[in-house]
Design a binder for this molecule. Structure first.
Ligand code: ADP
Length: 320
């Protein structure tokens, strides 16, 4: 059984990272294990920015977005020299295992540390993009989708008032999950995702016909990984007489108080991650799939590309 572990958050922040880190810390402390918090991800580890955490240090954070540990992107971690120093900084404090909360990049960095040094690692998927292979949920995706729905509801009011086409660009990096789920639940007429071919000429013809048949407004949700909202807007504006506007939601999608789903699941995943790490398990990521906590091999999680649920893709077409 491990006696001392560390936690970090890394890469893009997501609502629920705090709930996850809190659960890891409190579970470990409950089990009598020492917990270190690393500030600013891999960067903080290289800069030796670590402190021991007590239960009170993770109080009053479950309701907050962002991450109380801070997060960062760190180029040096991508070099063998960076990871060697990081390993050294863990070992010299007697830290025997590390829990990394982050997106696929952060998990890839963690996998390398585990592979190169045999260092015990457990990952938690902290990303709004919901793009980690082997699971259908990542911490923060529910809050982000709800933030987008709120924007869609507001954009509908103004689109309808002016008979406009509104193009909403949402985040997701290479994944269309956020666009697809928020588009379905927000009732968007078109959803453009990187996983599927799209034809702007066809789309423009379809929406012109819809206006001729009395449609008052159209909402198009575009995943940033598929196209820029501005490009889609400019194309429609230059090929039709319909007033078209673009809205780019940006970093608002990253923030905000996490939803119940994100808080509860992050807490469950954090507990499982801590228990697994303490008991000597390594090289796994805990996620949520089909209503249950699942553990996925870390190597597989970072070396496979997650696909969009074909049922959701079909549903989006049926509901248009
Ligand atoms: P996210 O974790 O949200 O996907 P990034 O892709 O920016 O965000 O990754 C966060 C950090 O993880 C990077 O700054 C880097 O330190 C580490 N990382 C990402 N990819 C790799 C890689 N291929 N090898 C080693 N470390 C990586």
């Amino acid at each position: 059984m491990l006696k001392s572990i560390a936690i970090m958050t890394s890469g893009g922040d997501s609502p629920g990272m705090n709930a996850a880190a809190r659960a890891v810390a409190r579970t470990a402390l409950y089990e009598g294990v020492k917990v270190w918090g690393i500030t600013d991800g891999y960067h903080g580890l290289l800069e030796e920015n670590l402190r021991e955490l007590q239960s009170r240090d993770v109080g009053d954070i479950i309701q907050r977005g962002g991450t109380f540990l801070g997060t960062a992107r760190c180029k040096r971690w991508q070099t063998p020299e960076g990871r060697r120093l990081g390993h050294e900084n863990l070992i010299k404090r007697g830290i025997e295992g590390l829990c990394v909360i982050g997106g696929d990049g952060s998990l890839r960095g963690a996998q390398l540390l585990s592979e190169e040094y045999g260092f015990p690692i457990v990952g938690l998927p902290g990303t709004i993009d919901n793009d980690v292979w082997g699971m259908d949920y990542t911490i923060g995706c529910d809050t982000a989708a709800n933030t987008i729905i709120d924007a869609i509801n507001k954009l509908r009011d103004t689109a309808s008032a002016h008979r406009r086409v509104i193009v909403l660009e949402v985040m997701g990096r290479g994944s269309g999950w956020l666009a697809l789920v928020s588009g379905i639940s927000g009732g968007a007429e078109y959803i453009i995702v990187p996983e599927e071919e799209f034809d702007l000429e066809q789309l423009t013809q379809d929406l012109s016909r819809a206006y001729e048949h009395g449609k008052r407004y159209i909402l198009i949700v575009v995943a940033e990984g598929a196209a820029s909202g501005q490009e889609v807007c400019d194309y429609i504006a230059s090929h039709t007489d319909i007033e078209t506007r673009v809205s780019v939601l940006g970093h608002i999608q990253r923030g905000g108080s996490p939803t119940v789903i994100d808080r509860v699941r992050a807490s469950q995943l954090g507990e499982q991650a801590a228990l697994a790490l303490i008991s000597g398990l390594s090289g796994v990521v805990f996620g949520y799939s089909k209503g249950h906590v699942v553990s996925v091999n870390l190597y597989d999680a970072v070396n496979n590309k997650k696909k969009l649920d074909p049922d959701y893709l079909h549903l989006a077409k049926v509901l248009f």
